[in-house]
Design a protein around this ligand. Sequence first.
Ligand SMILES: *Cc1c(COP(=O)(O)O)cnc(C)c1O
Length: 482
Amino acid sequence: MSKVKFYQGGNVPLEMHKVRIVQKLNLPPVERRLEAIQEAGNNTFLLKNRDVFMDMLTDSGVNAMSDNQLAAMMQADDSYAGSETFTKLENKIQEIFDKKFFLPAHQGRACENILAQALVKPGTIVATNYHFTTTKAHITLQSGSVEELIIDEGLNINSTHPFKGNMDVDKLKALVEKHGAEKIAFVRLEAGTNLIGGQPFSLENMKEVYKVCRDFGIILILDASLLADNLYFIKEREDAYKNLSIREITRIMSELSDIIYFSARKLGCARGGGICTNSEDIYMKLREYITLYEGFLTYGGMSVREMEAITVGLEETMDENMINQGPQFIAYMVEKLKEKGIPVVTPAGGLGCHIDAMQFVSNIPQSQYPAGALAAALYIASGVRGMERGTLSEQRDENGNETFANVELLRLAMPRRVFTLSQVDYAIDRIVWLYENRQLIEGLTFVEEPKVLRFFFGKLKAVSDWQRKLAAKFRADFGDSL
Ligand SMILES: *Cc1c(COP(=O)(O)O)cnc(C)c1O
């Protein structure tokens, strides 16, 4: 895709696949969208798919699958123990990551549960470039704590830093010196750092983190759920490695990791997950938890069909023409929005396009969830479903006070190979309209607030009747068209 140059200039990302199965979409009128978001308690997680036009909630389990993946699913070997399908997946993991031991799990957070149960003791610390919601929940459930050591630039919304997901190595050394290595349960590097806008870390940074871990005898864990994007960015942005193949870069990252785990809902474009390592000691520690929580060691809660699809999907991830589709569509969207003066996270990362709600709706205080309000407003304006990644996605502290998020983002995930460029243009068009009408958007307040992972189920209402006014303005501007 990146190698194709347009003769007339104005390069756009060119798809290196064709669409052979389609799903019909429904774009309900703005009046229905207004009703639907209110029925969903202003929580985009609670919208019904039939009311959604472009589902940009997540990239989890919704990337398009290839013909080869679907074909492989038909040949799955269904048996409780000793499945041939499992052997194929295990071999593929060994081949790509060069790790001897593979433990299957039903998704990414299941891996996190097992790693936290086995490795996090009460009072220990997990040092990470940045937390992920489910990761942090599992670590705190084991009475451990999380220290985020992202470089300062990582939290800078508008930046030209190519690797905002880097860990600050000096902060890591200081942390270890302050608490002692035995207090550090493990160091966790998250590829394609999710919550700060799908931002990658560099291979150079990983090497430095590895060196500190070796010096102090600390386990280094790679969360490879968003590895595909991170691999692409290393190849694109890191001069020292641009001549290596995706497979070679993967191998180096793998050599630097004691444990790799991933959500195959993202990596491999299917549904499942797994953990791999070369340490027999770690393998034996983790193994019993797999049989307890996930299933027998040759399926770990996954269907054999999905395991077949993951095996093929992992191989396809080694193809630069495959993994560049997401980041290039995202870069297209980010550039177009930036040209219109709309505040987006830069540089463009993986995973999706992230709009800075703190600037977009600067009138809304953090206590009224600006990113959540913006997600609801965009749905009303377009039928596009995004996800709040801000204060709503945090949990209250032990005294019940809000922990205000560092950044208030509306994430518009770009499921790989799912949308066409004209659909992306539609989303851009409606965001531009919304930006010009942003003074109509106000905040949200909780009606029902669950204690754990409240962003999944919580219900909110608008602080005034701003949503009705927004829908009315849409109708006035667009006449009787959708
Ligand atoms: C999605 C994700 C997870 C959790 O994976 P699930 O399969 O959704 O449970 C963990 N880490 C990162 C970085 C993720 O993006």
